[in-house]
Design a protein around this ligand. Sequence first.
Ligand code: HEM
Length: 510
Amino acid sequence: MSAPWLLAMGCVVVASSLFLIKRNMLPHPPGPRPLPIIGNLFDLPKEASWLTYTEWAKTYGDIVSVSVLGQVIVVANTAKVAKELLEKRGTIYSDRPSIPFYDMMKWDWFLATAHYSDEWRTGRRILDHGMRPAAVLKYRGLQIDRTRAFLKRLLTHPEGFRDHIGHLQGEIIMSLVYGYDVQEHNDRYLNIAHAAVALAAESSLPGAAIVNVFPFLRYFPGWLPGMGFKALALKGRELGEEMVTAPFEFVKAQMRQGTARPSFTVDSLQEYDDLGGGPEHAERTVANVAGSLYMAGADTTSAGISMFFLMLLMHPDVQKRAQAELDAVVGRERMPTYEDRPNLPYIEAVCKELLRWKMVAPLGIGRATTADDVYQGYFVPKGAIVLANSWAILHDASTYPDPDEFKPERFLDADGSVRDDPALSAAFGFGKRICPGRHLVDTTMWIVAACVLSVYGIRPAKDEHGQDMIVKPDFTGALVSSPKPFRCSIAPRDGVAEKLILGYVRDKSE
Ligand code: HEM
């Protein structure tokens, strides 16, 4: 190689080294002052961390960072920052952090926590196609049917409303994903799925399982004290595998017999018989994606519907206005259907406000960077965990005055028509990993809200002295935020409503 070439290459090496040194010398985004070695370990909130991050934004600004035992965590507190990082720079901000406990359970089938890889991209393609608005449209009949069954269960056993909400959600997802009718009690597939969801909820947060904080512990023998997580991980592995394969095998058997109902799995198997790795790989990919739908969709939608009941209890005025709209547009002789939706702007506004008010996923699901980055003069290292604080975005008082109040009117124009608010999509995340179930959530929440309001009144439960019980709303503070158990009275609005509820007959075609 000639001397000028060597010189030129030398200059490039020196320049890029200087550039890298300079980048590394840039500060991380601002945040509370870290202690040596442990960093901000003691600053990290244990519950409802989105509220603390929102407070920090007032002191440190739109982008905040902390560091815990060397792990940098960056929080985007405005839509602008979240979009610039997670959307515009999506190629390096779309990975998920490693969760050692999930690795031990071998839950690489679960799309929501999967690394940003070719395998994820393939699964996501299948998911986006099968859950696009036009595809979800096909399942409206079953959403209506399962919602009406839910209304009937509420009549016979109103105090079990949280269980009924969980069952409704399970029914909708299992019939949509597998064309499978869940049993009224003790359903085999739902039991497996519930056990897996519960195990995941317990273990996914750093600190919940000690191995997530000290990953090297996974190599210690299981008989040592404190190593109980190893047996739990093994159970999680078996549960995960059963959850993915058991209902999938059910669909395949039905397909062989020619009795399979239309479903996400049937459609996907027909559409993607080879994804470049042979038919077995294609089948396993579809099975993984189908399993991920239940895992990611069940608790979240149940939480959203539970918030709806809590909101009705706290806001009799909203209930009254929504029922007046339903009575005027739909009348009392029938239940609302999706055809009524364009004529019910107040119900629409209630559903929008529900997404914003007490959010189900206020911090979304953490991302991880796959390369070093510099943003607004701050250094964001490769491997940083990045959180989009959708709570801060949707509770910014300059856009949503009185942000903690439930005010559907904020989504209505002066003439009563619905005001579109693209910022609301922050409730479902950003960019490449935005929630693929959002179109299903939209139609499920709407039909449940419209049908419940049309026939039921939600009021305070009575105490032993016949006085109204006062509910202090409280929420679980983890990844999925859901109302803690609360009591309320759920009764048909009148005899006409009761007749409508009882008039439901199962539609076997859905
Ligand atoms: C109220 C209900 C729901 C809310 C608020 C919600 C919210 C979210 C959020 C914030 C994310 C993370 C997005 C990001 O990283 O930017 C997410 C991911 C996801 N959601 Fe939902 N979700 C809901 C219901 C559902 C349902 C019903 C399904 C499926 C049936 C579903 C499937 C998924 C999946 C598979 C992911 C992972 C996507 C990926 O990593 O590529 N979600 N959801």
